[in-house]
Design a binder for this molecule. Structure first.
Ligand code: AMP
Length: 213
């Protein structure tokens, strides 16, 4: 059983690293952002309620998000653990998570906020297989096309600059305070997120592998 949180500001590389960790450790990546975007795309009742939050970068209501997570982690593929990406994001969500389960490790990505703006604005994603690229730091082989499935890449609406700055402010006000909470629980490890994708991944796997020693 391995339960992880990948934590950090928007565009810190959580999604990219989570995909790799998920593969290496055989646990599903549970991304609230991906689940919410999927709900919006399918126009489910949740999707209809949540769309305006996603478009503006505001956080969705805790009760909806917590229910979404509860449903997801009770699926059979999460029986050996999971990697939470983008959750918890408020003190309220974190309190609910503490009632639900014990988390083994919080990987806290530290990175300069201006670098994040550059990363977010250049990010491109595949709408079909959810692969993540960057126009400068992680280019697809053919411009604008997914390497894995050949689908056209898009920029997420919430990666536009004004929304990115708004999301960073939301992070500072509502999400960063959780770091103290995790520190008190003693399960937080700091990761230097200014390094390249491979280096960051190695920092993370080293921290996870120390758990079993
Ligand atoms: P992400 O892809 O994780 O950056 O999430 C994209 C957007 O989904 C956020 O800007 C929020 O509007 C919403 N969202 C994702 N996770 C949460 C969460 N844990 N609590 C509230 N809103 C969330």
């Amino acid at each position: 059983m391995l339960k992880l949180i990948i934590f950090g500001p928007p565009s810190a590389g959580k999604g990219t690293q989570a995909q790799r960790l998920s593969k290496k450790y055989g646990i599903p990546q549970v991304s609230t952002g991906d689940l919410l975007r999927e709900a919006v795309a399918k126009q489910t009742p949740l999707g209809v309620k949540i769309k305006s939050y996603l478009d503006t970068g505001k956080l969705g209501p805790d009760d909806l998000i917590v229910q979404l997570i509860k449903d997801r982690v009770s699926q059979p593929d999460a029986s050996n653990g999971y990697l939470l990406d983008g959750f918890p994001r408020t003190i309220g969500q974190s309190t609910e998570l503490d009632k639900m389960t014990e988390i083994d490790l919080v990987l806290n990505i530290n990175v300069d906020l201006e670098l994040l703006v550059e990363r977010a604005v250049g990010r491109r994603i595949c709408t079909k297989c959810a692969s993540v690229y960057h126009v400068k730091f992680n280019r697809s082989k053919a411009e604008g096309v997914c390497d894995k499935c050949g689908t056209a890449l898009i920029q997420r609406d919430d990666d536009k600059e004004a929304t990115v700055r708004n999301r960073l402010n939301v992070y500072k006000d509502q999400t960063a305070p959780l770091i103290d909470h995790f520190k008190k629980k003693g399960n937080l490890v700091d990761i230097d997120g200014s390094k390249g994708i491979e280096d960051v991944f190695l920092q993370m796997t080293a921290a996870i592998d120390r758990l079993s020693k």
